[in-house]
Design a protein around this ligand. Structure first.
Ligand SMILES: Cc1ncc(COP(=O)(O)O)c(C=O)c1O
Length: 385
């Protein structure tokens, strides 16, 4: 699907590492470059034509992204990545935070540190092959006075998704807020934050066809959240003994921003919208089903639910005989790019006493030719996997 829009794919690689970083279509590259070749300047400061253009492109991009997630501009904050978004929320966290046992380190380590410093209490909700037990979640909310639930929408480990809309409803019923790590959901399926009704949502542009090092944080009630960093652009006025904070979102965006990245990020959202998120979702699922069939045919153990449809665009496998890094290397020698290791979810692998896995993660540019390459690469390894 639309493979020709991705100039890097002229290299004839079967790229299955999109959960880490997705490839960028020409439209995104051009949008980003326009900032460097046509109007390089600071936003919100310089009144010359390039300055005004940068300011207007930045705010236009914010509007495109706010619309993409069905929220308002004042609630849409530019960050570098999902990790930064989660850390901004964590910096103001109090009370008891509940996460699952299958969170990316970005949604684990900030809470562990706060717990070690005795700033919060921290609880874990167990996941299983179908996701979570909603009644266990509700009873934790009821008994433990949880103040914040912080969970992934889709796991980067096994592609399983959580029912975040229902979880938000339950959290609110019990007076808790909810932060959703949307790193693997954004750009893979429709994300309507108004309907999800979450309090915070963090995602990364580089996982949704946008430039690397761009992210977004949605905050429902920005007045109730402390900015993590302060400096230029975050204040309306300063005196030697005080400062007056800017309104949201600018109070959260300290210093000069990655304007080229912001413009490219919006171009990625426009590109995805033009194709249609439900088409993207179905396409990735179809590719993932074929990868699952291949993996099963070669006797590889698949993490998470065995039903490919439930794993969106991710199939993580463990070979029976070969080491995971060896399999990853041999695949890459056949021009099939996957990722091996713990995918920053070390805690889950440690809990299950597993060595890590090899992950195939697809996006809209993957097609039959990639599946064929994977098939051929695995065929060569038959008998030693
Ligand atoms: C589920 C999940 N959360 C958080 C992150 C962190 O994203 P970033 O490195 O872009 O901040 C990732 C990255 O792989 C992820 O998959």
């Amino acid at each position: 699907m639309n493979r020709d829009d991705f100039p890097i794919l002229k290299k004839d690689i079967a790229y299955f590492d999109s959960s880490c970083v997705s490839l960028k279509p020409q439209e995104v590259i051009e949008a980003m470059n326009s900032y460097y070749t046509e109007f390089t300047a600071c936003a919100g400061r310089s009144s010359h034509a390039w300055g005004e253009k940068t300011t207007s492109e930045m705010e236009k991009s914010r509007k495109i992204l706010a619309d993409f997630f069905n929220v308002k501009q004042k609630n849409t904050i530019f960050t570098r990545n999902t990790t930064e978004g989660i850390n901004i929320v964590a910096a103001s966290a109090k009370g008891t935070v509940l996460t699952t046992d299958k969170e990316h380190n970005s949604n684990l380590v900030p809470w562990l540190r706060l717990k070690q410093r005795e700033k919060i209490s921290w609880m874990i909700l167990e996941t299983n092959e179908t996701g979570i037990q909603m009644d266990t979640f509700e009873s934790l909310l009821e008994k433990e006075r949880i103040s914040l639930v912080s969970v992934h929408a889709t796991s980067n480990l096994d592609g399983m998704s959580l029912p975040v809309k229902e979880m938000a409803k339950a959290a609110h019923k019990h007076g808790a807020k909810i932060l959703v790590d949307g790193a693997q959901a954004a750009g893979h399926r429709e994300v309507d934050l108004k309907s999800w009704d979450v309090d915070y949502f963090a995602c990364s542009g580089h996982k949704m066809l946008g430039p690397s090092g761009m992210g977004l944080l949605y905050v429902k009630d920005p007045e109730a959240l402390e900015p993590l960093m302060l400096g230029g652009e975050t204040v309306k006025e300063t005196w030697l003994d005080r400062y007056e904070l800017e309104d949201s979102p600018h109070r959260f965006e300290a210093g000069l921003q990655d304007y080229g990245g912001i413009i490219g990020f919006a171009a990625a959202a426009k590109y995805l919208e033009k194709i249609g998120l439900s088409k993207v979702e179905k396409h990735c699922q179809a590719i993932n089903e074929q990868i699952t069939e291949l993996a099963s045919a070669h006797g590889l153990d698949i993490l998470g639910n065995q039903e490919a449809k439930l794993r969106g665009s991710i199939t993580s496998v463990i070979p029976k005989r070969m080491k995971i890094h060896e399999l990853n290397l041999l695949l890459s020698k056949s021009a099939v790019y996957t990722r091996s290791g713990a995918f920053c979810v070390h805690s889950w692998f440690n809990k299950h006493n597993l060595p890590g896995a090899v992950r195939f993660s697809a996006h809209l540019y993957n097609d039959e030719s990639d599946v064929e390459k994977a098939k051929e690469a695995l065929r060569k390894l038959k008998g030693i996997l």
